[in-house]
Design a protein. Sequence first.
Length: 82
Amino acid sequence: PQAAPAAPGVPATPIDAKYAESGGPTGKLGPPTGEELPLPKRVGRFRMYANGVIVWTPQLGAQAVNFTELLTLLAENGIAPK
């Protein structure tokens, strides 16, 4: 049997949930500028938006950050790209 599709309005990923919580396209992040992609070494995922980025890792969960904050969060958790 096939899995039932997600209910309308239910976020598909933790990044989507954080984006909805942050106000979606009319929130501080603005509209997405690309697809959700893996972080280096596949330690998590990220998606870029007009005014920032949401990063997700198992250690951090989903966080809306700017690029400086992103690098700091990854480094503090030992998962910064080299």
